[in-house]
Write a protein that binds this ligand. Sequence first.
Ligand SMILES: *Cc1c(COP(=O)(O)O)cnc(C)c1O
Length: 379
Amino acid sequence: MKFNTKTIHGGQELDPAYGSVMPPIYQTSTYAQSTPGGHKGYEYSRTHNPTRHALEKAIACLENGQYGLAFGSGLAAIDAVVKLLKPGDEVICTNDLYGGTYRLFTKVFENFGVKFHFIGMSNASNITQYINANTKLIWIETPTNPMMQIIDIKATAEIAKKHQILLGVDNTFATPYLQQPLTLGADIVMHSVTKYLGGHSDLVMGALVVKDSALAERLYFIQNASGAICGPQDSFLALRGIKTLHVRMQRHCENGKAVAQFLASHPKIEKVYWPGFELHPNHDIAKSQMNDFGGMVSFTTKGNNYEEAIKIVERLKVFTLAESLGGVESLAGHPASMTHASIPKAEREKTGVVDSLIRLSVGIEDQDDLIADLKQAIG
Ligand SMILES: *Cc1c(COP(=O)(O)O)cnc(C)c1O
């Protein structure tokens, strides 16, 4: 089955009760048993729920994996992955991680004795020097947030495999429409379903997909034992969103390209970060591991003025000033004061998150309106 068919039919079965085309919202906590233990596959909705299960199968199919697990948020999904580890274990991760992931690692899991190394991975071989006998997980995002660095998933997977370390990829920015990390050798794919998979800014959810049954078993245990699951209503909404993923992503990519090119030609703009530019340091890797370049674009203004950046985002009218990304509507954010405010200034500036950096999640509106809006806001 090709990807554009998978988004609509992948992992889906007609509902056995009435043949409803969409899975019903099984808004129930428990299921009747004929005799103790005698049930129809569902006992209690923390453990399993038919609507959530339909979603988990759909996401697993899109990522070319075997097992999908849905959680109450993207961070709850990452939380479950780190719970595979023990005190003393070490994790190597990308240095410009999503701010919430950085906070979860440093403010929650460091207290439990897990050690994190935040490093530049534009060159995958940089990882090797941080590997020791305690290294159990490599965690990457590509493209990274908000600097749009590209990490070579295949090269990273080869290093991980050689040292028997799990490789997890946060695939939120790219979505399986653009890249499929499991196919490139990763062990775990993670999504903030809140973003492109849901696609309509109407839910908060996370997901994991794996291929290996023993790893899936351990993660299902954690999902049930810790209980950070999502509800049936949100599972239904996410499934509905996924059905148009390919159509939305195609337009996100077209609009992202138009916006990146407009910004690059603007005299007040200093730098534009978008992996589709030939001058992007890892453009060749992006071209080889992604089907297109996505709808996320970041830029800085000449003079790097904090107040001016705030004025630009306040003047935008079609773009909404908001955290998050990946919805049909265009959003703009100012990482230094919003998504990355929890990362110390010195730390964030090391990775390029300077005062004038603005991040755009380019939506699927008309290109002309988006460019006109940026034009009036930048002035
Ligand atoms: C939003 C986001 C997360 C966290 O997901 P939530 O659903 O907000 O918990 C993790 N990684 C990336 C790249 C994100 O954009």
